[in-house]
Design a protein around this ligand. Structure first.
Ligand SMILES: *Cc1c(COP(=O)(O)O)cnc(C)c1O
Length: 366
């Protein structure tokens, strides 16, 4: 038996009859940049997230950068970023002229909360990036309370969490502004790079749209200096088809996660990240925490099961952040990153596959 980590060719085979015609029609109409299909996808995704505005952009990193820029924060101000995330969450801060301040989540939580924000906020802090890591929503009420107390803006990094809910509201609608990635391997993935910004604030949406498209409101009417980061027609058409399947795919991910959680809780050598009853994860990834990560990974590999590590090095310990002081404050994240192992999860899998993975894990521990 084989369990792949991700199987995009298999997903395409299942969707081919829906995808091929929309690609054909974008090409026939030469609707490559902008146009009705981009507008249609932006409207469907805004509706899906329960927000007023969605702006399609070139990728998730651009979405973060443009979201930050559209907040008009004081130049050089500090932005809080969780110590365990994909590097883009931090890069976007520096690239927009702000200072990265890492924050370590406490306990067995994968995400930061209001207490973590309070611990790290200073007079120079202007915003916090709430990363819904692995698909698990951050505890947004406490983050909003802390943000209000310190006058901070809140940006959701929802790149791993399309469709996840917090207090019955979808991520992307829970803060000032949110950034999504549609990188092919994400829960909602394009056939290339793509991303989106969502917000309920129309002035912010207007600024984001200007920044993403050369600052223009009309063909040669450039209100500000912007940049080029647009969602293209082909990707929008593909995403619009795939969005209709997202809830079914989330259902499959949740079934697999349920099998994993109930069976792995019986295995003493493995810990799981805490989950809260106030939210429903999108289970982009399913990490386990175990000191014997490498042994388990090669055991699973020998049984045909692919695994991953998210992420092998916590952000403060990357060479890119040699310039920041105070790595000593992030030892818990760094030590944990050496114990992380992501099990396969996705719409290519069955409950049977998940049980097979658990059988192999249980066998490893005898
Ligand atoms: C994927 C990802 C991004 C960046 O998205 P791209 O589309 O690859 O630029 C940002 N943040 C997180 C947490 C991600 O997982």
């Amino acid at each position: 038996m084989r369990v792949k980590f991700l199987d995009l060719p298999d997903q395409y085979r299942r969707l081919q009859s829906e995808i091929d015609p929309v690609i054909q029609s974008v090409i026939s109409e030469a609707s490559f940049i902008g146009g009705p299909i981009v507008k249609a996808f932006e409207a469907s995704f805004a509706k899906y997230c329960g927000v007023g505005h969605c702006i399609g952009v070139g990728n998730g990193t651009d979405a973060l950068e443009i979201a930050i820029e559209s907040l008009n924060l004081p130049a050089g101000s500090e932005i809080l970023v969780p110590a365990n995330s994909f590097v883009a969450s931090a890069e976007a801060v520096t690239r927009t002229g702000h200072q990265v301040v890492f924050v370590e989540p406490s306990g067995l939580s994968a995400t930061i909360d209001g207490n973590d924000v309070e611990r790290a906020a200073t007079a120079n802090t202007a915003a916090v990036i709430a990363v819904h890591l692995y698909g698990q929503p951050c505890e947004m009420s406490s983050i909003s309370e802390a943000a209000d107390a310190y006058g901070l803006k809140v940006i959701e990094d929802a790149a791993q969490a399309h469709g996840a809910t917090y207090l019955d509201r979808r991520v992307g609608s829970l803060a000032d502004v949110a950034a999504f990635s549609f990188y092919p391997g994400k829960n909602l993935g394009a056939y290339g790079d793509a991303g989106a910004i969502t917000t309920n604030f129309s002035d912010l949406a207007m600024r984001a749209r200007l920044i993403a498209n050369h600052g223009r409101i009309d063909k040669y009417d450039h209100k500000i200096e912007g940049r080029n980061s647009r969602l293209d027609g082909l990707q929008a058409a593909i995403l619009d088809v795939k969005l209709r399947h997202l809830d079914d795919w989330l259902g499959i991910r949740r079934t697999i996660a349920q099998v994993y959680r109930s069976r792995i809780s019986q295995i003493p050598g493995i810990q799981l990240f805490a989950e809260r009853a106030d939210s429903l994860s999108a289970y982009h990834l399913f990490p386990i925490i175990t000191p014997d990560r490498d042994g388990i990974a090669s055991h699973l590999f020998n049984y045909g099961i692919a695994t991953g590590i998210h992420y092998p090095t916590s952000l403060p310990f990357l060479s890119a952040y040699d310039y920041l002081e105070g790595r000593g404050g992030f030892l818990a994240s760094e030590n944990r990153s050496k114990c992380l192992l992501s099990l396969p999860i996705g719409d290519h899998m069955t409950e049977n596959d998940a049980n097979y993975v658990c059988d192999c894990l249980a066998a490893y521990f005898g």
